[in-house]
Design a protein around this ligand. Structure first.
Ligand code: HEC
Length: 103
């Protein structure tokens, strides 16, 4: 029995470590997590200054509709069609709200 004890103690220690990590770390919303991949093309906070359209600060309705249309092949696109396919309706809503808040 004593053999399992150090393991149990380790487990308890790592649970504690995880708990303290989640209480001290900056809270990251699901919308922010889902939007990380967009920044590579659309710029930080969606504020692209290059040839790819800026999306930060556009209305949530506009972004949501654009993503749904790209995903469902209702709007022509080069890359967005493939990119939007990875998200559910609920995730698209979260992403849209996240970028709309980046005024
Ligand atoms: C590989 C680069 C790339 C990535 C990654 C990318 N986009 Fe795009 N996005 C584009 C391009 C290019 C367009 C123009 C339409 C097209 O050709 O696909 C576009 C267009 C858009 C538009 C329409 C903008 C307008 O003014 O009508 C929205 C909204 C959008 N992207 C949102 C997103 C979101 C949200 C993500 C992350 C989930 C994302 N994009 C990830 C390249 C990218």
């Amino acid at each position: 029995m004593w053999v399992t004890k150090p393991g149990a103690r380790m487990l308890a220690a790592s649970c504690l470590a995880l708990m303290s990590f989640s209480t001290t770390a900056e809270p990251v919303s699901e919308g922010a997590m889902l939007s990380i991949t967009c920044n590579g093309c659309h710029g930080p906070d969606g504020k692209s200054t290059g040839s790819i359209p800026a999306i930060g600060g556009k209305s949530a309705d506009y972004i949501e509709k654009a993503l749904l249309d790209f995903r469902d092949d209702k709007r022509p696109s080069t890359v967005m069609k493939r990119h939007a396919k990875g998200y559910s309706d609920a995730q698209i809503k979260l992403i849209a709200e996240y970028f709309a808040a980046k005024k």
